[in-house]
Write a protein that binds this ligand. Structure first.
Ligand code: PMV
Length: 326
């Protein structure tokens, strides 16, 4: 028997950037501040998990996983098994993305969410596992377990928007469809991993100021979202993304995730007299444009006025992970 789970990455509107110092293995990957995200739909990780076999085999995008990735996946599978008081010896994992890595979509979020769900399904049974996707109380367990693999994965366990404060994320009930059109300026791997970025953030003199401001910013963003008017919450999205980048750029040593091209596009966008789309960036140069309507043609037109070549990935709000019956 095997289980096939599909999950999508999420885009953070309020960023998880800086973690608490864990006092136990259960406290790893907890943000110093609450964060808020939107689960996507078009970008997906498919993960098939099978118990048993002569020896453990882990494929990522149809290739044998690197030693580092094998270690991460194995550790996570055993962690989930331990939670359900089960003992797993050998297993098979095949995980693949329909979107390229390094495009500004956190593939670790969808990958660890899908892996956690597929392992859970093998351990508790497919029918029982489905209840973890329908019951928000049970979803907390899935979210908590996924978080142990990669922090932001805890915000991919439900559709729509998710609010993460502490050990797990919870659905933030808001039903508006929002587009996320990603301007892919570079597919290079991050020079500094988000793991290091989280640690360095704390060395920025701006970090304590950020933490103080965030509570109010998050509340303003939530209110704006509930009013279903992007003109209210869009500017807050930009303020937040730029602040996260300022934190990285003022850390010791500084980290520059934005590229000159990202800055050029941001400057052009900010100089537009009126617009119906707003940007955010994760720990990379690629820009996410959030909007209530499709804006791909607008961005294509905007690019024409520059010497920048970029690809666009159009995504939008998703309904959360699924388990496929086999
Ligand atoms: O889950 P991690 O450790 O890859 O951290 C993700 C950090 C950001 O993507 C930059 C922000 C976020 O909240 O997703």
């Amino acid at each position: 028997m095997s289980s096939l789970a599909i999950a999508s990455p999420n885009i953070a509107l309020i960023k998880y950037w800086g973690k608490i110092d864990p006092q136990s293995p259960d406290e790893i990957n907890i943000g110093l501040n609450p964060s808020l995200s939107m689960t996507l739909s078009q970008a997906q990780t498919k993960c098939e998990f099978t118990l048993g076999g002569d020896k453990t085999k882990i494929l990522i995008n149809n290739k044998e996983a690197s030693v580092r990735d094998k270690h991460k996946v194995t550790e996570h599978v055993h962690r989930v098994a331990k939670f359900f008081s089960k003992d797993i010896r050998t297993f098979q994992v095949s995980s693949s993305n329909n979107f390229p890595q390094g495009v500004g979509l956190a593939s670790s979020a969808s990958a660890f969410c899908a892996l956690t769900l597929a392992v859970l399904s093998e351990l508790v049974g497919h029918k029982e596992a489905q209840t973890y996707l329908k019951d928000s109380e049970k979803n907390k367990i899935l979210s908590r377990l996924a978080r142990l693999g990669s922090g932001s994965a805890c915000r991919s366990t439900w559709g729509g928007f998710m609010y993460w404060d502490g050990p797990f994320a919870l659905p933030f009930h808001h039903s508006q469809k929002i587009y996320d059109t990603i301007l892919i300026l570079s597919k290079d791997h991050k020079k500094v991993s988000s793991r290091e970025g989280h640690q360095l953030a704390l060395t920025s003199p701006l970090f304590p100021i950020r933490l103080e401001r965030l509570k109010q910013r998050t509340e303003r963003l939530k209110e704006g979202l509930l009013k279903k008017d992007i003109r209210i919450w869009g500017p807050i999205l930009e303020e937040e993304a730029l602040e996260m980048h300022e934190i990285s750029e003022t850390s010791t040593p500084p980290v520059h995730y934005r590229s000159p091209e990202s800055q050029q596009i941001i400057d052009i966008v900010q100089s537009l007299e009126s617009r119906n789309f707003y940007f955010t960036l994760d720990a990379g140069p690629n820009i996410h444009f959030l909007s209530e309507k499709p804006i791909k043609p607008i961005l294509e037109e905007l690019l024409k006025g520059t010497n920048i070549t970029a690809e666009l990935w159009e995504d939008w709000t998703g309904t959360g992970p699924v388990l496929v019956s086999e």
